[in-house]
Design a protein around this ligand. Sequence first.
Ligand SMILES: NC(=O)c1ccc[n+]([C@@H]2O[C@H](COP(=O)([O-])OP(=O)(O)OC[C@H]3O[C@@H](n4cnc5c(N)ncnc54)[C@H](O)[C@@H]3O)[C@@H](O)[C@H]2O)c1
Ligand SMILES: [Zn+2]
Length: 387
Amino acid sequence: MRSSIHQVISVGFQYDIHFTQGVFDLDNPLLAQVLQNAEEQRTQKLLFVVDSNVVKHHPGLMDAIGRFCRKHRSAIGEMSVEPLEIPGGEVCKNEPNHLQSVYEAIERGGICRHSFVIAIGGGAVLDVAGYAAATAHRGVRHVRIPTTVLSQNDSGVGVKNGVNLLGKKNFLGAFAPPWAVINDETFLTTLNQRDWLAGVSEAIKVGLVKDGEFFRILRQNAGRLVARDIDAMRQLIRRCAELHANHISSSGDPFETGSSRPLDFGHWAAHKLEQMTNFTLRHGEAVAIGIALDTTYSALIGSLKMSDAEIVHDCIASVALPVYHQAMTDVSTLLQGVEDFREHLGGRLTITMLRRFGEGYEVHEIDRDIMKQAVGVLAESRLKAVF
Ligand SMILES: NC(=O)c1ccc[n+]([C@@H]2O[C@H](COP(=O)([O-])OP(=O)(O)OC[C@H]3O[C@@H](n4cnc5c(N)ncnc54)[C@H](O)[C@@H]3O)[C@@H](O)[C@H]2O)c1
Ligand SMILES: [Zn+2]
């Protein structure tokens, strides 16, 4: 005898991605509105998890958070535990004690499923805090306040959280949409030039696979971006975040159960290069190289004009991002990245390549000899010295 119960569960998510300046200014009500909208109850508690480099570069931040919370206490609940500072950068994803410290603060502060973890920092800190929030008590609410270009235009606006384990990027992770995202451009002013530009690669990526016009504007604005023109960067972040968010909500596969991953264009090599360089390359820099590599491969297999691939290389170099790193001389380790990517995603290997600016397509195998040739093209590139 056999029987089954067929279960269908549909869960909808929604969240807003806000753009503002001075999120903790006492006359800026945005964050209070975001937290207040939660529920008509007053017992919620708040835990702030803050990137150590943001604290260093914004010395008044911790006081401003305290003042803000005191002013809005009746509406947003209370900080039941002091803000937790964790080291910024990949180290916080690599060393498990930082994840542990977020769990301990959640426990100490009595952060329940009606309370909030509010993460302020670069993509790495957001990933750790988001993962802790997604797993503590089977998921508490988290609000993201991204402070780098990359986290404002890409990592912070999506649904993924994670930490590194066993030497592998994001080996532990959870799909957990944030309660809200608040992009405050004031934070960007203190980024060093590397981190100011690293996130531009994600905009190049999404332009190449989804919006040729955006890629064109980006090329046009390269000089302004390098010169730290905030208007050009604001425009870039806004459109990139929008394209990213649209893909997640309209692809039909927000939690990536299928194999199609257009937003991972250039990422199989990027993740491997981050590891191979012991994370001395920023994620965004590694993505720039990954884009250059897969664009070259696309040209070598005949789907893209080589002259277009060169335009992409020039674009990357024009925003002072690399197209090559010497670690790539170890091509066989680099190519192991294809296998890692296959394993991480499961299912059929699916890698996005380019047909033209604004249009990606999928391949299901990589010809190792041609990929080695693509590495060779970049090794010989006159642009490689840019980095
Ligand atoms: N969850 C996702 O979907 C997703 C997507 C893409 C990337 N990521 C992850 O994001 C991480 C990269 O994020 P990132 O590029 O923001 O780098 P990052 O988080 O490593 O930050 C770069 C550096 O800038 C510092 N910093 C942050 N804000 C600052 C500010 N306002 N002023 C001065 N310094 C500041 C950080 O402390 C760090 O030293 C990687 O771990 C990557 O894997 C996640
Ligand atoms: Zn990325």
